[in-house]
Design a protein around this ligand. Sequence first.
Ligand SMILES: [Zn+2]
Ligand SMILES: [Zn+2]
Length: 395
Amino acid sequence: MPDQRDSQVDAAVERLRPQLVEDRRHLHRHPELSYHERATAELCAERCEVLGYTVTTEVGGTGVLADLDSGRPGPTVMLRADTDALPITERGAHRPVTSATEGVMHACGHDGHVAMALGAAAVLAGMRDEWDGRVRMCFQPAEEVAGGAQPMIDGGAMEGVDRVLGIHLWAPLQVGRVAVGPGPLFGSADEFGLVIRGRGGHGGMPHTSIDPVVCAAQVITALQTIVSRETSPFSPAVVTIGRIEGGSAFNVIAEEVRLRGTVRAFEHAERERLLQRIAELSQDLAVSMRCEAEFIRANGCPPVVSDAGVAEVVRRAAVATVGEDSVDPAPRVTVGDDVALFLERAPGCYFLVGAGDVARHPVAPHHHPEFDIDERCLPVGAATLSRAALSLLNS
Ligand SMILES: [Zn+2]
Ligand SMILES: [Zn+2]
């Protein structure tokens, strides 16, 4: 990129710095749960409209699309930010801003994602004569339940899109650093359920019934061998049972036990194999104990995979923003993100922007009641996003 445009981005982001912080704090104070991001959507729509974007609201629910056309032929580059918060009560009174809604909290940094995307939308609008093609801002709801991307795609979000860019703020990464690279960044994330059915009866006479609680205990233990005994140690995988529910009294043998769990993998074939083995192992084990197991496949999304070419564009944008020494290769993290569905449909890059001052004090993990971001991350993300978009819009 010519030096002149580079310094234009720096100057624009510098001017936007107070706005980035103000937007992030406003959103942090007013978090909204998945599928209920109405005020957030309104804010995104209003701001983009003022900047000259053509805005479409209620895309697949509470999603917002905003397009800005240069009037010259060129690629369409989509900048995606997720908008939802989590059902968590925030702790930590020392912060500059805390959630005003009891039981709801931006504990994953999505408030920052929206602020940075609005910042990039402003930078790109201000430099409209400097690029070709079309910018599409995509404010996606319901990421935390992996339920927002697909309805937006069904609503036309990916029509004509050539490249996709997105940021996840990352508290375990030192603020001022960016991590980016080709290939998988986040794993697939699938939810599943198991219903183990037996035959209820008297707790004192177990031989007259079929105990699904004992069977469930065996199933939970056996499922761990899918990772430890059947998966290559060089292929990261996770099987977690997060919820178990069954029985009504200490002396009653239950009719059924319900389990819920999640599976993570980094390759499509592995993802499918793990899910299939969970079904097979639990069903066969249940039968061997005279029970019956039903496997239910629920919401899920594929791994988040960055295209090598686009990842290199983002890496150069990050180097121009924070310097070569502050850019790390992308780690692999076993969280999921339904940005994966956009990235399956067009080459793109999802990257991490450091959001914690890990050098100074311990940082609460994402989805924790004390989670916080270091707001110095906001200009870094906005500048890197703007630069990467400008490069793609001039190719
Ligand atoms: Zn999250
Ligand atoms: Zn998140």
